[in-house]
Design a protein around this ligand. Structure first.
Ligand SMILES: [Zn+2]
Length: 75
């Protein structure tokens, strides 16, 4: 007998380091320092603020990653 977890995602205590965020830009604002990007991970909902100083430059993180699950949610 094999208990294969196929198709079911287990929401266990996965360390944040192991999770690779898939950032998607929610909004983008032009400032004097460059573009401020508000990004969110579509997978876990973690939010972050990035700063892109130029169109050809890669954005760098401006804020720490903010996890959405600070409070226990009952659903
Ligand atoms: Zn994530």
């Amino acid at each position: 007998m094999t208990a294969a977890a196929h198709g079911s995602r287990e929401w266990s205590t996965t360390p944040t380091e192991a999770h690779e965020h898939g950032w998607s830009v929610e909004s983008r604002h032009a400032t004097s320092a460059g573009y401020v990007l508000y990004v969110r991970c579509a997978d876990c909902g973690t939010q972050r603020v990035d700063l892109q100083e130029g169109d050809t430059l890669p954005p760098r993180s401006l804020s720490v990653e903010v996890s959405p699950s600070k409070a226990p949610s009952r659903g």
